[in-house]
Design a protein around this ligand. Structure first.
Ligand code: VG1
Ligand code: CO
Length: 543
């Protein structure tokens, strides 16, 4: 085996987005493309010579081939060791944990998360740094800059290494350690939640239905829920990771996880329903006849986290992404701890977690996590819910109703318009930004605007500033509308409109969010001209 240096031309416009670089699989499969990007990442993070790197992905089409190439590149770039999940599998939170416990320099996570997989689907690569979290903006900027100048990459000649067997071998001078992807994750969970108490809950007849969506969480959920905790066999469905996710979209929302939602609203609903996404970092939790809005789930976990085994010290603080509802802020206020508002994407939580300012973080997009890793963690959230349910001995519906009674309810919905022509979407934001100063005092669909801005985040730990993170409209009567463009899509532009209103009166807590929010939805449309500009009459996805 020899180290080869292969000439390439720079690749244009490969800017990592909300969560690494996502493109159509066919784009990544173009000769030299994956190599050019991976070499740009290696160079952008300061090289890997003498360093240990974790590698794994969600098992989607091209995962194994890409890992084979990347391992030969890591070896050629002088990495000391690569730690790889067997079969190339690692969930995003498991990879984050491994980087931390092995004190690795960082890790590559191959996933396009909730985007569909397959030859016609999407592929993605993100690099996580030594704290286990997504590379911060300064680092992704360096990677991006390198993509524009890169003219060669290094690769070890010879075949791709075997990923199928646990053990330690050599690839050139690099040590290649293939590990079981699940073992360390289970050990970590055992410290965070009370396995005995949850086992007793299942033994008492509690039923769960967990949909792994043929994505990476299947092996983790089988091992923990059915194996360690004794949930009935068959509690985990679609548990085998498949390259095309069984032809589905591994996004646990009411559209793509329709079977789960249908079951939980039927007469045979078990006590709890849950699902995760492609790479295992998202979660959705449902009770009998109720789906817990992710923003509410964050607030509920914050209010109850002290009941879970690993968190008896209580809450240090809470962080939420800006478009996430303000329900978590109410919990923080009552607990007299700090609440932080960050831009969308997990990378912004890393500094707050590292500095010990927050215990848990979350996003409206079905992501919650804590200081145990530096990523959101889907199965963790399900297990914390179980631990809380076991401690409180109430149903999910009762706990949610009780929470709203104490804190009030933040009615919330997100409307997504997918595959819009980029020029139309860009013009909408140019116009919105241009109009910001003129909006306060004006009324739209009967709602008067109090304040409007383009969210800019000042990181309280490192002082960095991230501007233009989304348009926020605050109405005088307390409602809020937020507009931003997705940074994870691969086709055209996706407009996300986030809408919320606060209702303190428990007598009004059982209403339908779309009905309650109708005036805010109408005002948002009037402000941005969504229908008139896009010709769309309704959003593609409502969550
Ligand atoms: C979306 C979500 C965001 C999440 C990101 C990555 O980003 O809105 O909250 O952090 O996906 O999620 P965007 O830019 O499309 O709105 V995933 O599960 O990678 O990992
Ligand atoms: Co994900």
């Amino acid at each position: 085996m020899t180290i080869e240096t292969i000439a390439i031309t720079p690749i244009a416009g490969q800017k990592p987005g909300t969560s690494g670089l996502r493109k159509k699989t066919a784009v990544f499969m173009q000769p030299g493309y994956l190599e050019a990007y991976v070499q740009s990442v290696i160079d952008g993070v300061g090289g890997v010579a003498g360093r240990d790197i974790v590698v794994g992905g969600d098992g989607r089409f091209f995962n194994d081939t890409a890992i084979g190439i990347m391992l030969r590149m890591l070896a050629a770039n002088g990495a000391a060791k690569a730690i790889v999940g067997r079969g190339g599998l690692l969930s995003t939170p498991a990879a984050s944990n491994l980087i931390r416990i092995r004190k690795a320099y960082g890790g590559f996570v191959l996933s396009a998360s909730h985007n569909p997989g397959g030859a016609d689907g999407d592929f993605g690569i993100k690099f996580n740094v030594s704290n286990g979290g997504p590379a911060p903006e300064g680092v992704t900027d360096a990677m991006f800059a390198r993509t524009k100048t890169i003219d060669s990459y290094k690769i070890l000649s010879g075949p791709a290494p075997d990923l199928g067997h646990i053990g330690v071998t050599k690839l050139g001078t690099m040590t290649l350690e293939i590990i079981d992807p699940v073992t360390d994750y289970v050990a970590m969970m055992r410290n965070l939640v009370d396995f005995d108490r949850i086992r007793a809950l299942f033994a008492s007849g509690f039923r769960i239905h967990f949909d792994a969506m043929h994505a990476v969480t299947g092996p983790y959920a089988h091992a923990i829920l059915e194996g360690e905790l004794g949930a009935a066999k068959g509690s985990v469905v679609n548990g085998i990771p498949l390259p095309d996710f069984g032809g589905h979209h591994p996004d646990p929302n009411p559209v793509y996880a329709a079977d789960l939602f249908k079951l939980m609203f039927s007469a045979d609903a078990p006590d709890m329903g849950a699902a995760s996404d492609g790479d295992g970092d998202r979660n959705i939790v449902l009770g009998k006849g109720i789906s817990v809005a992710p923003s509410d789930s964050l607030a509920l976990l914050a209010a109850n986290i002290h009941l879970a085994k690993g968190y008896t010290a209580g809450l240090k603080g809470v962080a939420r992404s800006m478009p996430t509802s303000r329900a978590a802020d109410r919990v923080a206020a009552k607990a007299s701890v700090e609440a932080y508002e960050t831009p969308t994407g997990w990378k912004f939580f890393g500094n707050l977690l590292d500095a010990g300012r927050v215990t848990i973080c979350g996003e409206e997009s079905a992501g919650t996590g804590s200081d145990h890793v530096r990523e959101k963690d889907g199965l963790w959230a399900v297990l914390i819910w179980l631990d809380i349910l076991a401690a409180r001995k109430q149903s999910i519906g009762e706990i949610v109703a009780d929470h709203w009674k104490t804190y009030g309810r933040d009615y919330y919905t997100r409307h997504d318009y997918e595959g819009l022509p980029s020029d139309i979407a860009d013009q909408m934001f140019t116009d919105l930004r241009g109009a910001l100063a003129t909006l306060p005092g004006r009324s739209f669909a009967g709602l008067k605007i109090e304040k409007a801005d383009d969210f800019s985040y000042h990181d309280p730990v490192d002082g960095s500033i991230s501007a233009k993170q989304g348009i926020r409209i605050f109405f005088q009567s307390g409602e809020r509308a937020v507009f931003r463009l997705s940074g994870t899509g691969t086709e055209g532009a996706t407009l996300r409109v986030y809408l919320e209103a606060f209702e303190p009166d428990p007598a009004k807590h059982a209403l339908d969010p779309q009905t309650v929010l109708a005036p805010v939805i109408a005002a948002a449309d009037a402000i941005a001209g969504i229908k008139s500009r896009t010709g769309r009459t309704a959003p593609d996805v409502v969550t």
